[in-house]
Design a protein around this ligand. Structure first.
Ligand code: HEC
Ligand code: HEC
Length: 385
């Protein structure tokens, strides 16, 4: 498989030892995992928090160990493509070095069976927007030795570039997972429950229609919070807990991933971040500093989440009883020039549309009143981020 490393190349070749220590502690120390979870949840009352607080690294209805008692799951899988390699387990323990964690994280990103995908069998990949790579690998799907298909992180969070190489972290905005689900359940294609649109997924089980755009994972280390609705305060251990609990809850049987897999995935994503962009044109930078920098940092960092009524975009996801916090996080603009859908709705297709005073999609009014010269300077500057 060929992969593009457009932006992350060479960044942080050697990682600070305290970050590695966080990984060992995450794996070995249950109290640390628990404390990380508790500290990271912004709204302990929403359902996302309650489900985790009830069972993660804590005695629960699942027994004195809660989810920790689940058996470790490391199935043999192979990519779903016409000439697949033999079945092989994704995980074998690796040393605690940057290179070994990156290699394991990359293997897991492209190979870990994250969620069953019975709906994908026998469908036309083009019809539902699944990518197909140069080897004929369909949509990042993997097949288990039991014949089950599963989604990997790469199904949603990687997309081919113009040369057909997969870019890890960049959302696959063509994937119409809702239509695929509707097809599987034999629902009409326009059933509102599954009509998310390409690049969107309703990740909640709150019974409400509040799909969100698949986010760009490349800048995840710059995000103050995870999830559009800002459900989780972000740092490396919190990201590992977030991925660990995703993999526990996404699999139908009681099972948990090997902890080093959860941490290596977090590690890999943490180090995908684009290196800070060059300064760019002073005119564009000056407009950005005046109009945008109150929330978005020019260096990819971000400010605090913004109340729903201030940002003014569709409030459904921000009010979700499952993930809602009453605010949307400010997304990092690192790598924004390559994104093809913007805002948590994914409804804005380009930076030019975002700043267009006549845009149809409501909210995020910042920069819409710029004069033509300032707008052009800002757009040129943003395209290089
Ligand atoms: C079916 C598509 C899909 C798959 C498969 C998937 N994700 Fe996601 N992911 C999403 C969507 C949609 C969101 C946004 C959720 C939200 O904001 O509430 C998301 C959010 C995230 C976030 C938070 C990022 C941020 O900036 O807020 C991380 C981290 C993440 N996913 C990692 C993973 C990993 C690791 C895997 C594989 C184990 C994975 N995802 C598999 C669709 C997917
Ligand atoms: C008051 C704080 C604030 C200001 C000022 C602000 N933004 Fe934002 N921005 C946000 C929030 C919050 C979001 C997420 C909104 C959502 O998803 O509904 C966002 C989203 C974006 C996105 C979409 C990113 C993505 O990955 O979807 C872009 C691009 C963006 N802003 C650019 C700008 C630019 C350019 C300016 C200046 C002209 C600006 N913003 C000013 C708060 C702000």
């Amino acid at each position: 498989m060929r992969r593009a490393w457009l932006l992350g190349l060479g960044l942080l070749a050697c990682a600070p030892p305290d970050e590695v220590a966080q990984g060992r502690r995450f794996v070995e120390d249950r109290a640390y995992r628990r404390a990380t979870l508790e500290a990271s949840l912004v709204n302990p009352a929403n359902r996302y928090s309650r489900v985790r607080l009830a069972s993660y690294a804590l005695a629960s209805e699942h027994g004195p160990l809660g989810w920790d008692a689940y058996p470790e799951h490391n199935p043999a899988v192979r990519p779903w493509r016409p000439t697949p390699p033999p079945f092989a387990p994704v995980f074998a323990e690796v040393p605690w070095t940057h290179e070994a964690l990156m290699a394991l994280g990359e293997r897991a990103f492209f190979g870990w069976p994250a969620q069953p995908a019975p709906e994908a069998r026998g469908v036309d990949p083009d019809q539902y927007g699944l990518w197909v790579d140069a080897d004929g690998w369909v949509g990042g799907l993997v097949e288990g030795a039991d014949g089950q298909l599963a989604w990997t992180c790469a199904s949603c969070h990687a997309t081919p570039d113009a040369a057909g190489r997969l870019v890890p972290g960049l959302p696959h905005v063509e994937l119409d997972a809702g239509a695929l689900r509707a097809h599987h359940l034999q629902r009409p294609a326009d059933d509102p429950v599954w009509r998310w649109g390409p690049g969107q997924v309703d990740v909640t089980t709150d019974g409400l229609a509040n799909p969100v755009a698949i986010p760009d994972l490349r800048p995840v280390r710059y995000q103050s919070h995870l999830h559009w609705a800002g459900t989780i305060r972000n740092d490396l251990p919190a990201l590992a807990v977030r991925i660990d609990t995703l993999l526990i809850t996404a699999w139908p049987e009681p099972a948990r991933p090997p902890r080093q897999v959860a941490f290596a995935l977090a590690w890999y994503l943490w180090h995908l971040a684009p290196a800070p962009a060059a300064a760019g044109s002073p005119e564009g930078a000056a407009v950005f500093a005046r109009v945008c920098a109150g929330c978005h940092g020019a260096d990819g960092t971000v400010g605090a989440p913004v109340a729903l009524d201030v940002v003014g975009t569709d409030a459904a996801a921000g009010r979700s009883p499952e993930r809602g916090t009453g605010a949307y996080r400010v997304p990092s603009l690192a790598g924004v020039g390559a994104r093809r859908q913007l805002l948590h709705t994914g409804a804005v297709a380009s930076l030019a549309e975002l700043l267009d005073p006549d845009r149809a999609e409501p909210g995020h009014p910042f920069g819409q009143d710029l004069d033509a010269a300032d707008r052009a300077a800002l757009l040129a500057w943003l395209a290089t981020r």
